[in-house]
Design a protein around this ligand. Structure first.
Ligand code: DP6
Length: 334
């Protein structure tokens, strides 16, 4: 019996940076993102005698998996079994699984492939349960324990990842508004395809060494409220203010942790400066945000999309991707 799931990345408007428990990927604070419709990842699982992984890239070529990557997938499977046992489904869990991943995401472009991969797997592991389906919150937990941000992919549209108490199941997604509520576009400008030297997992573990981290945690509840309000009322200006404030704040934490993490490059800063000028001059609804890399996500409304796309295409030596509000992880019916 094989199970196939499908998912895409998400882009955070209020960022997740730092954990209260690194091993369980329990975030130190709440976060919020827009789920994207592109690029997509498909994962297939099958009960097996030994744990096995095969992975194919965006060109359909099989990619050998590093030991670190296999260990991470294996750890996610072990934690998933632990969680499923805890919520009463021990009898449905096979001893091991064989996993096949088909990723449509080109490597190192600054689009979170881990969120898409682990939300596919969370969705698929959840479907091992026979009888009554897991809740979307439980699927979100299965995704989160593989990659924190993947916990925001078990719903469509705009999703918060919120903390509730203690233990493996104590952080999960909540849908703020579905994908039909407000169509926003994400025009993604990739200035460099060099693989990042320090990944998010290592970065999260050192976030608390920044003297700015505590202050950041104090600010998050207000930013979450403002962001939720902006999304519910479709107030783009408010969304822009709070999400840019939060993205720049996360990067200041990264830059001041030990050792410091500088993900933004001269190209990133130039693109930000130019889009700020353009949006003032042309009165565009566009905001910028950056994750753990130099890639700039320009999130805009439908009426500003043409101008933002033209701006993106004009950026020299950059690759451009286009995505929009999407519908999250789901099973593919057989
Ligand atoms: C900067 O979810 O990629 O993109 O749990 O180690 O996989 P892991 O971390 P990850 O962290 C995301 C960090 C971020 C901000 C965000 O997406 O909220």
């Amino acid at each position: 019996m094989n199970i196939i799931a499908h998912s895409s990345p998400n882009i955070a408007l209020i960022k997740y940076w730092g954990n209260r428990d690194d091993a369980l990927r329990l975030p130190a604070a709440d976060s919020l993102s827009m789920v994207l419709d592109f690029p997509t990842v498909k994962a297939e699982i099958e009960p097996a005698k030994t744990f096995a992984v095969r992975s194919y890239d965006h060109e359909g070529i099989e990619k050998p998996q590093s030991e670190a990557s296999i260990n991470r997938l294996k750890k996610h499977w072990e934690l998933s079994k632990q969680f499923l046992e805890k919520i009463g489904y021990a009898q449905d869990i096979p001893q091991e699984v064989s996993i096949t991943i088909h990723s449509g995401i080109p490597p190192a472009i600054g689009i979170a492939s881990s969120a898409a991969v682990f939300s596919c797997l969370g969705e698929a592991y959840g479907a091992l349960v026979k009888g009554k389906a897991l809740t979307r919150e439980q699927v979100s937990i299965l995704s989160r324990i593989g990659s924190g941000s993947a916990g925001r992919n078990s719903f469509g549209g705009y999703v918060a990842l919120e903390n509730h108490g203690e233990g493996i199941g104590s952080a999960y997604g909540r849908q703020i508004a579905d994908e039909h509520h407000w169509l926003l576009h994400d025009i993604i400008i990739v200035p460099s395809c060099e693989a990042k030297k320090v990944g998010s997992t290592e970065g999260h573990a050192l976030a608390s060494t920044s003297p700015l981290f505590k202050k950041r945690l104090e600010q998050i509840p207000r930013r979450m409220r403002e962001c939720i309000d902006a999304l519910k009322t479709k107030d783009f200006e408010k969304l822009q203010r709070v999400s840019e404030e939060d993205a720049l704040d996360m990067h200041r934490v990264m830059q001041t942790q030990t050792p410091p993490l500088e993900y933004l490059t001269d190209a990133t800063h130039r693109i930000i400066r130019d889009i700020e000028k353009l949006r003032t001059n042309d009165k565009l609804n566009v905001l910028y945000t950056m994750d753990a890399g130099p890639t700039v996500h320009l999130i805009c409304t439908e009426d500003s999309r043409g101008a933002v796309e033209t701006f993106a295409q004009q950026q020299k030596d950059c690759i451009v991707f286009k995505a929009k509000t999407g519908n999250g992880s789901r099973l593919i019916p057989k």
